[in-house]
Design a protein around this ligand. Structure first.
Ligand SMILES: Cc1ncc(COP(=O)(O)O)c(C=O)c1O
Length: 440
């Protein structure tokens, strides 16, 4: 049966970020069902999910409370416009997000997915300045190798030549500060001697261009798509201080790390900072349905009111499915699970286990650097010419044994559901150790 499905797949589907010729030659996985930390292929073979299904299934697959929330709401009200009107679930979710996000983040603008939240956040930042009479501020600052989604605006703040070269003329590249790439420090420092020297590049850019800058956007504490580049809290603290110094808007894109990944509900909380705008997605619904939100402070929100200067400050931006009743019911149920099933508290022993396990893998691999934070960890193989091939072979072997991961260059990383058990995590590491041995 799975070969018939594969045949029909290559006939009709178009897969994201997937080279067609290689894909057609592969016995690619076809996942039919899932439960907890396990995916089940057609035919029933079980695979441990080592990446929470593209970093979103934080609460595990098949959680009864999330399924129930979708079913219950689907029979009551499935869609209601939120432009110029409202519905109870959206109101409750916006209020809840204001309560659980740090500091004075308060007003939620609901969007469809991660990239659409980033687009909205960038537009909000640009229009904020226009609203207060500073139309010249329209440039963005991001980090090298930052990733914020694949739409045109999001690509501008996350431009990677290898992926985006053909759109070069249609995106507007942002100023890019050095990536805080601790596994391959751009300043040749070791963790003990590091004084966040890589921040200097951000400081210089902001100092030189602050008058034309609308906003600085970063993935807080971890540049996920760059290969899980985990970086210190102090970088974010300095960035907050720098934005304060020049009065700039700081956007924390928590789409990947929000909802528990760093061991805190939000990475910004872990760093003890409050951004002016936060974007959330992925884990917001436990990964069951797409939705995202941009959460902004009163100061930003209030600039969008019309006043007596005859300028229309309305934010003319909408997404059909953002904030729909079913998905907001689901997000409320997911937040209830994060809070009342003590998901983060229960993670604590697994956070330690994950860190120890990653360092053991690093030792087995030899010349490499290991980083772990919360429920994510990475071993980056130092060999520039052969490291990516080695990591890809380990990922392939792990799949054959029963663990699903995705290769990312020389980085071998783990990002399991937060709810994975200690036994399952031990099994993940046992599989990876065998995969490393068998591909040596
Ligand atoms: C930090 C970050 N921002 C934005 C996005 C884009 O989200 P989506 O794939 O839902 O558009 C991603 C996706 O991985 C991400 O990691």
């Amino acid at each position: 049966m799975d070969n018939d499905l594969r045949k029909r797949d290559v006939e009709y589907m178009w897969h994201p970020c997937t080279e067609i010729n290689t894909f057609e030659q592969m016995q690619f996985p076809i996942i039919e069902s899932a439960k907890g930390a396990y995916l089940f292929e057609v035919g029933g073979r079980a695979l441990l999910d080592g990446i929470a299904s593209w970093w979103c299934v934080n609460l595990g697959h098949g959680h009864p409370k999330l399924i129930e929330a979708i079913q219950r709401q689907a029979s009551v009200l499935q869609h209601s416009i939120i432009g110029g009107m409202s519905h109870p679930n959206a109101i409750e979710l916006a209020e809840k997000l204001a309560q659980i996000t740090p500091g004075n983040l308060k007003h939620s603008f609901f969007c469809g997915d991660g990239a659409s939240a980033v687009e909205s956040a960038l537009k909000i930042a640009v229009q904020y300045w226009a609203n207060i009479g500073q139309q010249d501020r329209s440039r963005f600052v991001g980090l090298e190798e930052g990733y914020h989604g694949d739409t045109l605006g999001a690509m501008g703040v996350g431009y990677v030549d290898a992926f985006h070269r053909d759109y070069k003329d249609v995106v507007r590249p942002a100023y890019r500060a050095s990536s805080p790439h601790c596994a391959q420090c751009p300043c040749n420092k070791q963790p003990k001697s590091c004084n966040i020297e890589c921040f200097e590049s951000m400081r210089q850019i902001v100092k030189e261009h602050h008058k034309e800058i609308a906003t600085v956007i970063v993935e807080p504490l971890c540049q996920g798509a760059a290969g899980v580049r985990i970086y210190p809290e102090e970088y974010l603290q300095r960035l907050r201080a720098l934005c304060d110094k020049y009065g700039l808007i700081l956007i924390a894109d928590e789409i990947a790390v929000g909802f528990g990944r760093t061991g805190y509900m939000f990475a910004c909380e872990r760093a003890g900072i409050v951004p002016d705008i936060m974007t959330v997605g992925k884990g917001l619904t436990g990964g069951y349905m797409p939705m995202s939100a941009v959460i902004a402070t009163d100061k930003i929100y209030n600039s969008f009111r019309n006043n007596d200067d005859n300028r229309d400050n309305t934010f003319y931006h909408s997404h059909t499915f953002g904030g729909n009743p079913i998905i907001t019911a689901l997000a409320l149920a997911a937040i209830d699970v994060y809070e009342n099933e003590y998901v983060l508290e229960k993670c604590q022993p697994r956070i330690e286990q994950l860190s120890v396990g990653m360092h053991e893998l690093g030792q087995m691999l030899g010349d490499s650097n290991t980083l772990a934070m919360g429920m994510m960890g990475v071993v980056e193989i130092n060999d520039v010419s052969g490291g990516a091939d080695r990591a890809a072979r380990i990922v392939k072997k792990a799949y054959e044994i029963g663990l699903f991961l995705r290769p990312r260059g020389r980085a071998l990383y783990l990002w399991p559901p937060l709810t994975i058990t200690q036994e399952e995590l031990a099994q993940v590491f046992a599989i990876l150790k065998t995969a490393i041995e068998q591909t040596a």
